[in-house]
Every structure is written in structure tokens, then in C-alpha cells.
Design a protein around this ligand. Structure first.
Ligand SMILES: NC(=O)c1ccc[n+]([C@@H]2O[C@H](COP(=O)([O-])OP(=O)(O)OC[C@H]3O[C@@H](n4cnc5c(N)ncnc54)[C@H](OP(=O)(O)O)[C@@H]3O)[C@@H](O)[C@H]2O)c1
Length: 238
């Protein structure tokens, strides 16, 4: 498999990087501070990992994971990801990203907005509905009986299929939730968001970041996506 670019070396970027090197995929990872700041991380990841600039990570292979705060998308160089399959892990958190009218009015889903900001990139929403610490807990090899499914959505069928193959290799089944316009079904506070992976769904919000995960099979995720109701984004609590 060609090198996987990862833009963003925080909670999610690091978790995906670990899965990728464990699956024998070479990665190039980037952040806002530059490759020097990533030396400890690439050392921990081992010989399949390299640090690069944002531009180098974007050009490293045919697929890039974009895992930075939504507010930072506008700072990316124009045309950066043109023609690439991009796994967009982004969510809209008004307290972090500021209020965005197109999202508050549900005119666009978050990744539809990202698609507008990154014209020419082939965006696939993925890895946005699972807490970072649950990613290593739930990853399993292909064929395992207790595999977990993640939702994906995209407007470019070839890119969506490529993302599904990558996610399979990283350790998860996928459920195709349809085009980006349907991806609200697994945005924050929706029926298919992070609590569906909790081992104990009634865990208090204050303990979510320590709470263990339990495998979620594809049919349960499919049902959660189908019955999800669209959240009033302007009323969202975080
Ligand atoms: N944390 C979760 O459990 C979780 C779950 C689902 C989805 N998400 C979403 O996934 C995305 C990443 O979340 P996270 O928790 O991994 O974030 P994080 O820990 O805050 O890390 C963000 C990363 O983005 C990098 N970054 C920021 N601006 C950048 C720019 N202009 N160019 C290049 N890199 C830039 C940062 O670089 P520096 O390190 O140099 O600052 C950092 O490595 C967010 O949209 C978040 O909402 C998070």
C-alpha cells in the first residue's frame, strides 16, 4: 500500500498512525509546528513513520487523513489536497471553532463545508464519531468475530471505496452512510456518535474520556444511522 499522509498529530492523528504502522503501512505525519516537533512521535512509531511538512504529508500518497480542528482548515495552502482521497475526521465544536452559519442552520454538514473549503479534494468523512482512546481498544484484524464498524460518507464512490479498504486494513469494518449530505447522522450529539462505542452507555459525561469501549457490529451501527434524527446544530451544547 502507498504511503499514508496524516495531517494532524493530535489524539486522532496519533491513534491512526499507530494502527497504520501496525498494519505495515508507511506514514508521513505533519502538524502545525513542523517536522522537528514530531521526532519523538516518529521514533515511537518506528521505521515505517516519517515526519514531514503539511505539503509533504499531503503529497505522500494517494490518501491523506486530515485530522485538525475545523477552524484550521482555512489556513491550509490552497489546492493542497486536490485529487487526493481525504479521510476527514473533523467535527464542528462551536466553542472551539466559532459559530459557522451554514452549519448552525443545517444548510451544510461539516464535511460538506470542508469540501467547499478544499475544492478538488475527494473527501470521505471517517473516524469522526469515535473517541481517540477507543480507536486502539476496538481495532481488530480482518475476520475477527468482535470487529467494530465505523461509518463513512462521501460524494466520490472511488474515494469512499478506497477509504473503506484503508479502514479495513487499519482494523475496522465500515458502514456506508451515503453522500456527505447524510453525514449529519454521525455528527456530534446524533444517534451514531461516540457514545455508541461505550461499554456502559450511561457513563457520566465527566468520565467519558476514561470510559472503556465495547465492540459495535455493523448491523447495530446501521440501525443507529437509520434511526438517527438530525440535531439542531444551533442548540448544540458543545
Ligand atoms: N479527540 C477525539 O476523540 C476526536 C474524536 C472524533 C473526532 N475528532 C476531531 O478530529 C479532529 C482532530 O482532533 P484531535 O483531538 O486529534 O485534535 P488535537 O489533539 O487538538 O490535534 C490537532 C492537530 O492538528 C494540528 N493542526 C492544527 N492546525 C493545523 C494546521 N493549520 N496545519 C497543520 N496541522 C494543524 C495540530 O498541530 P500541533 O500539534 O502542531 O498544534 C495538532 O497536531 C478535530 O476536528 C476533532 O474535532 C476528535
Amino acid at each position: 500500500m502507498p504511503t499514508l499522509g496524516i495531517i494532524g498529530s493530535g489524539n486522532i492523528g496519533t491513534a491512526i498512525a499507530h494502527l497504520a504502522v501496525a498494519a505495515d503501512i508507511d506514514i508521513m505525519i505533519a502538524n502545525s509546528r513542523g517536522p522537528q516537533s514530531l521526532q519523538d512521535l516518529v521514533q515511537a512509531l518506528g521505521p515505517r513513520a516519517a515526519a514531514g511538512t503539511v505539503e509533504q504529508a499531503a503529497r505522500a500518497g494517494e490518501t491523506t487523513v486530515l485530522t485538525i480542528p475545523l477552524a484550521a482548515y482555512r489556513a491550509l495552502p490552497a489546492g493542497l489536497l486536490q485529487g487526493r482521497t481525504v479521510l476527514d475526521t473533523g467535527n464542528y465544536y462551536p466553542h472551539r471553532d466559532g459559530r459557522i452559519a451554514e452549519l448552525d442552520t443545517e444548510q451544510l454538514t461539516t464535511t460538506e463545508l470542508a469540501q467547499h473549503l478544499l475544492p478538488g479534494a475527494l473527501l470521505v468523512k471517517a473516524f469522526n464519531n469515535i473517541m481517540a482512546h477507543h480507536i486502539p481498544q476496538l481495532a481488530r484484524p480482518a475476520g475477527a468475530g468482535d470487529r467494530t464498524a465505523l461509518p463513512i460518507a462521501g460524494d466520490h464512490p472511488d474515494a469512499t471505496a478506497r477509504a473503506a479498504r484503508l479502514i479495513d486494513r487499519l482494523g475496522f469494518d465500515t458502514v456506508d452512510a451515503g453522500p456527505l449530505s447524510e453525514s449529519w447522522r454521525f455528527e456530534p450529539e446524533s444517534g451514531a456518535y461516540t457514545p455508541i462505542y461505550l461499554a456502559h452507555p450511561d457513563v457520566p459525561a465527566t468520565q467519558m474520556l476514561q470510559a472503556p469501549a465495547a465492540p459495535l457490529p455493523a448491523e447495530k451501527l446501521r440501525a443507529a444511522l437509520q434511526t438517527a434524527e438530525r440535531v439542531k446544530v444551533a442548540n448544540r451544547a458543545f
